[in-house]
Design a protein around this ligand. Structure first.
Ligand code: SF4
Length: 380
């Protein structure tokens, strides 16, 4: 199924600045401190963003989600957030009930900034807490303490954001179930309505990769990872959260992250900023990672696109099933007949307790989520 240009789309904006790089981070961002004393690169990036938005203004009819990610959007200061929103509103149309999210870092979230983003129309905030254990935060190279994170979670609650999400990381070397459970429980005390639990990935090229290569730590084994994953699911479902995607939990369907649901449903989205990805119809494209190259291209009137791909029917089919089997929505059983091996594979997966039938859909169980990456390949 192709997406249409007049489907409501999602808009992602990548803010390519961070206070300092975290050891595990593979996202594109440059340390903000390296921009001082001149912050002209932020001004240049905003100017380039304005030009990039102009290039796409007729290609996407309207948006019902906006996600300001990065990088660290809460590093933007003074009039920069307002300027950013003004650019987006000038070029694009948004639905009145659009979900407008921003990512935040405990280092930079003052009450004043929270009010500023609320006044600009942001209705959802996702805070990168990662852990409530200072030793783990230091290992990850985070620049805030658990206490700071707790203070900011209180502030967010007080500032009246209707959507409040927290990002956590598990699977640190020698992390015990009890330690992970403590982080989950201390986070729950601040009543977020969304929690993402990501397994630590050690990506090549990051400082953590170097440390691992140097033998400074051993990654957890599969059994440990499995136990930590199950702990998160049990603790959070026990508190009434819906485990609606492999790594995502919400306190009810109204608090699912609508923007991320678009990615899993293969809805169209536009990504602006360095390294941002976009998808429309059967085509995906992505921008240069370097903010300087990004600004340079736009200053010359060129799209800052580094690459693009058009998916074949088979790729679309695998991708669709892979995404569906990562979510609690699962896949319609009648659609499975499109897959060559479905008749043989489905009964086995049901019997093994990796999928279950709910209504007319085959949906992954908690155990199924554990092997979500492998499940779709069985159907081909
Ligand atoms: S704050 Fe987020 S984007 Fe920035 S370096 Fe850390 S993990 Fe990466």
């Amino acid at each position: 199924m192709k997406t249409r240009a007049d489907d409501p789309a999602g808009l992602y904006v990548h803010v390519p600045f961070c206070r300092q790089k975290c050891r595990y981070c593979d996202f594109y961002s440059i340390p903000y401190t390296s921009l001082k004393p001149s912050t002209s690169l932020v001004t240049e990036w905003l100017h380039a963003l304005d030009q990039e938005a102009m290039l796409y203004k007729d290609r996407f009819a309207f948006f019902d989600t906006l996600y300001l990610g990065g990088g660290t959007p809460t590093l933007l200061a003074t009039d920069e957030p307002a300027r950013l929103v003004e650019i987006l509103q000038r070029h694009f149309a948004f639905c009145p009930d659009a979900e407008i999210s921003l990512e935040a870092n405990p280092n930079d979230v003052t009450l004043e900034k929270l009010h500023l983003f609320r006044e600009l129309g942001f209705n959802r905030i996702s805070l990168g807490v990662q852990s409530m254990d200072d030793r783990e935060l230091a290992f990850l190279g985070r620049t805030h303490s658990a206490r700071q994170a707790a203070r900011v979670m209180e502030r967010i609650r007080a500032s009246g954001f209707p959507g409040f999400g927290v990002d956590l990381i598990y699977g640190l070397p020698r992390q015990t179930e009890a330690e992970w459970r403590r982080t989950l429980q201390e986070t729950l005390a601040f009543s977020p309505n969304h929690i993402s639990c990501y397994q630590l990935t050690v990506s090549r090229g990051t400082p953590l990769w170097e440390m691992q290569e140097a033998g400074l730590f051993e990654p957890p084994d599969e059994e440990q990872e499995r136990a930590l994953f199950l702990t998160a699911s049990e603790v959070l479902e026990g508190q009434g959260f819906v485990h609606y995607e492999v790594s995502n939990f919400a306190s009810g369907t109204a608090h699912f992250c609508r923007h991320n649901v678009k990615y899993w449903e293969r809805a169209p989205y536009l990504g602006l900023g360095p390294s941002a990805h976009s998808f429309q119809g059967d085509t995906r494209w992505w921008n240069h990672r370097s903010v300087r190259k990004y600004c340079g291209d736009l200053n010359r009137g060129r799209r800052p696109v580094q690459g693009s791909e058009r998916l074949s029917e088979e790729q679309v089919s695998l991708e669709r099933l892979s995404l569906q089997l990562r979510t609690k929505a699962g896949t319609a059983i009648r659609d499975l007949s499109d897959y060559e091996k479905a008749d043989r594979v489905l009964p086995g997966l049901l019997e093994a307790g990796l999928l279950e039938v709910i209504g007319e859909r085959a949906v992954p169980t908690r155990e199924g989520f554990l092997v979500a990456d492998r499940l779709p390949l069985l159907f081909f």
